[in-house]
Design a protein around this ligand. Structure first.
Ligand SMILES: Cc1cc2nc3c(=O)[nH]c(=O)nc-3n(C[C@H](O)[C@H](O)[C@H](O)COP(=O)(O)OP(=O)(O)OC[C@H]3O[C@@H](n4cnc5c(N)ncnc54)[C@H](O)[C@@H]3O)c2cc1C
Length: 437
């Protein structure tokens, strides 16, 4: 399938090449006349707001073409919606740290609540994560956690009754779950250090403890709480409805990134749930670890998406903003930054496309997911820093989107296992030596 982006990219390329030729001639010739030619070349570039730049979707390596044609069509449809409806609208919500319930319903209409169970390919699901992140990183966190860790856990580890009760609302995005693993005193060492307890009393479980940073903790219908069974010391997964007595969630305010996502401090004080709220597939942590491996890979996709967003903003700005009488895009140092941001983004995408192949074959290991996550988020941090400087002072303001991306990149770098911990997982796999426990 020939995408519009590629076709117009080629046309515009031809135009750009002609212009470049005119510039070369000017450079070679030192006469005043040559100067005029150079100027003519400059004016040959149409204003950025009237003409789409070459490769408008920035997919230079045709990664999207790897999808089958039906998924390419769906991809284009969702991408268009995200760009037109979500991207600009998200900035105000981000500034106000407010959750856009209306936009969530629209994401649901485009099927983004059911990516885990709708049978689409791993590459399609990944590219959806890329495009949501490109429109807004907070909403991509919501979509990713929702699919990978909430729908995924219930679908794969839940009872038939739990699936029937929750999956229809979740996949339609009319209901939300929160994934509650991290605690105030345990982040990187959560698997060994988890302190929240579950005590069995008659036909009930009684949960006590505290959780920190829990996405959607204040707005979700239930939290998937990980607690240590006092009887056998195993970490188990429980569905805790958020209206149960003893459950309190307090929004964590003043975050520098992911400001739309409502992260919460949660206290569980003698919260009683029926024994049927235990996920039967999550009676120790090993199964959850498999899903956490996949969700780590999801952050790898986010790392690619945020860089494409940074590239979009940087390119558009460079084509419009003029200094010294010409567009920033005509200065070599600016061009280098654009090329580096896009190179980083494309390397990230290509890495993730290969990860999707491995995942499709059922061969994804934690070290590969950790490598993908740590690499794309490291590159993302570098890319948004370049984008930030390319916008000069305006790069500081979220009004120009780049400031928003700059803050959001910090979260990708740290959550789902910090950059350092993921690097240590990779290095452990290739040396056979653990440097962190
Ligand atoms: C915005 C946001 C959203 C989040 N959403 C959720 C969520 O929805 N659900 C959830 O359960 N959790 C969530 N988290 C938690 C997240 O996964 C943790 O923040 C992360 O795992 C790091 O844990 P920590 O913050 O306790 O840092 P710590 O573990 O205290 O680490 C602090 C620093 O020490 C380093 N470090 C720690 N141990 C070692 C070691 N052995 N060797 C070298 N360096 C080390 C780390 O790399 C890091 O740089 C979220 C976090 C944030 C910031």
């Amino acid at each position: 399938m020939q995408r519009q982006g590629r076709a117009s990219g080629q046309d515009a390329n031809a135009e750009a090449d002609n212009t470049a030729e005119a510039d070369n001639t000017a450079e070679a010739d030192t006469t005043a006349e040559a100067g005029t030619t150079a100027e003519a070349g400059m004016t040959a570039v149409a204003p950025a707001d009237t003409v789409q730049p070459p490769f408008p979707d920035a997919d230079l390596m045709y990664i999207v073409d790897l999808l089958p044609s039906d998924e390419q069509l769906r991809y284009q449809e969702v991408r268009e919606f995200l760009q037109s409806r979500i991207r600009a609208a998200s900035i105000d919500y981000w500034n106000r740290e407010e959750f856009p319930f209306g936009l969530l319903a629209e994401l649901g209409k485009y099927g983004l609540g059911g990516l885990q169970t709708d049978g689409t390919s791993k590459l399609f699901k990944g590219l959806m994560y890329v495009e949501v992140a490109r429109a807004d990183v907070s909403l991509s966190a919501l979509v990713g956690i929702h699919n990978e860790l909430i729908v995924g856990m219930i679908d794969q580890l839940g009872s038939e009754e739990q699936k029937a009760r929750w999956l229809p609302g979740l996949t339609a995005f009319t209901q939300l779950g929160a994934f509650a693993l991290t605690e105030p005193e345990h982040g990187s060492d959560i698997a060994g250090g988890l302190e929240t307890t579950a005590r069995r009393e008659g036909g009930e479980w009684v949960i006590n403890g505290a959780k920190r940073w829990i996405g959607a903790g204040t707005i979700a219908d239930f939290a998937l709480v990980w607690a240590r069974d006092v009887a056998d010391q195993q970490i188990k997964g429980f569905i805790v409805e958020t209206d149960r007595p003893g459950y309190t969630a307090t929004k964590i305010a003043n975050k520098i990134g992911l400001r739309i996502m409502q992260n919460a401090d949660i206290v569980l004080d003698e919260v009683r749930i029926p024994e049927t709220n235990l996920l039967p597939g999550a009676t120790d942590f090993s199964k959850a670890n498999e899903l956490l491996r996949d969700s780590r890979a999801w952050v790898g996709w986010q790392g690619a998406g945020i860089q494409l967003a940074a590239f979009d903003v940087a390119r558009s700005y460079a084509l419009q903003r003029k200094q010294f009488g010409k567009e920033l895009a005509r200065f070599q140092l600016v061009q280098q930054q654009l090329a580096e941001i896009l190179g980083n983004a494309t390397a990230s995408l290509a890495l993730m496309a290969q990860l999707a192949r491995i995942q499709e074959d059922g061969k994804l290991e934690m070290a590969q997911a950790a490598m993908a996550k740590s690499t794309t988020t490291r590159l993302a941090r570098a890319s948004v820093a370049m984008g930030r400087s390319l916008l000069g002072g305006n790069g500081i303001s979220s009004d120009y989107e780049m400031g928003k991306l700059f803050g959001d990149a910090e979260i990708l770098y740290t959550y789902e296992g910090s950059y350092e911990i993921n690097s240590l997982i990779v290095a452990r796999a290739v040396t056979g030596k653990s440097a962190f426990v």
